[in-house]
Design a protein around this ligand. Structure first.
Ligand code: NAD
Length: 312
């Protein structure tokens, strides 16, 4: 499908549907072989409305894929009690052999450091890639778990036939959840990558020479058509609410008049994120099941070495 302005519209739903169908088949095979479905624990501490919507959507997707989705609610009278409850819950789930993957509602309540979760989560169950071990594996080119949103941005490019090797790519945003993992994956894919952020002096200088622009800043209208090279591919990861409507970080009307392909918001990267999270869960379950005969599974020994080890 193309936009009114002629750019190809990169929609997430058809790709997500394909991924979900594969997940469903893999879940059925896992369940038949193990006598139980893979389980995903969704840990919530201090409910915030937008992320609750996201988590409820994940649990619904679990149900339709045959995954045992478990909601774990951590309560506490004080921040200290909440932090202790969170650490205890994540530690218990990490030790529970029937749980294959764990995600924790983000952002954590004010005053609770991410370290509380990181210190408790088993990296082999960290299916949204928040643990430094998984971040390090990505950095070194190994196959660990990458954050699902960053994976979705890359999957969108790859499945849409965008050529990554040799491309000039600009990533706007340097967060550990989106910007940096996208940048590392693009480098691994052979692109020449520039990472822009809030201290970048002139964004347009960089975006105007990029073949691929991935935007994850959380700033509506940040990238406009006049900042883009004609024919660029634009992936908009941003989710912002403006006057009650969900919009991305890219000014869609002007950008789609210049780009050759562009993701809509909503309907682009978002639908892929959930589907890929479940795909990560299945991978975690399969890996844990294959390794269960071993007495001790090192997070690194369970992970394949990088295919291009030694390549410069
Ligand atoms: P973040 O706030 O952690 O990071 C934002 C990044 O953008 C920072 O690195 C900052 O330096 C950069 N930035 C901010 N203003 C800028 C500017 N004017 N120019 C250049 N860079 C600027 O956010 P995040 O968690 O990385 O999320 C980014 C966006 O992606 C948000 O809109 C968020 O809602 C969205 N998001 C979408 C999904 C999804 O599934 N589609 C998932 C997670 C996050």
């Amino acid at each position: 499908m193309t936009t009114g302005a002629g750019a190809r519209l990169l929609e997430g739903a058809p790709i997500a549907e394909e991924i979900r169908a594969n997940v469903k088949a893999d879940v059925a095979a896992f369940t038949a072989a193990n006598g139980r479905p893979p389980a995903l624990a969704v840990v919530v501490c201090g409910r915030s409305a937008p992320s609750m919507v996201y988590l409820e959507r994940i649990l619904k997707a679990c149900a339709s894929a045959g995954i045992d989705g478990r909601f774990v609610d951590v309560e506490g009278e004080s921040v200290t009690a909440q932090a202790e409850g969170l650490a205890a819950a994540v530690r218990e789930l990490s030790a529970d052999a029937t749980v294959s993957g764990i995600i924790v509602q983000m952002p954590l309540p004010a005053g609770i450091n991410l370290r509380v979760v990181v210190d408790a989560i088993d990296p082999l169950k960290d299916i949204d890639g928040i643990h430094p071990l998984n971040a390090g594996l990505l950095r070194l080119g190994y196959e660990g778990f990458v954050p699902a949103t960053a994976h979705a941005a890359l999957e969108m490019l790859e499945r849409s036939g965008v050529v990554i090797p040799g491309a000039e790519a600009v990533v706007i945003g340097r967060s550990p959840v989106v910007g940096m993992p996208v940048a590392f994956m693009l480098v691994k894919g052979g692109a020449t990558v520039t990472v822009c952020h809030s201290r970048t002096r002139d964004l347009a200088v960089h975006t105007s020479r990029a073949d691929i622009v991935v935007v994850a800043a959380g700033r509506p209208g940040l990238v406009t058509g006049r900042m883009l090279k004609p024919g660029a591919v634009v992936v908009d990861v941003g989710i912002n609410v403006v006057e009650g409507r969900i919009v991305g970080d890219v000014d869609f009307p002007s950008a789609s008049a210049v780009a050759s392909a562009i993701t809509p918001v909503p309907g682009g990267v978002g639908p892929l994120t959930n589907a890929l999270l479940l795909a990560h869960l299945v991978r975690a379950a399969q890996r844990q099941s294959a390794e269960s005969a071993a007495t001790h599974v090192s997070p690194i020994s369970a992970i394949a070495p990088p295919p291009t080890q030694g390549a410069s």
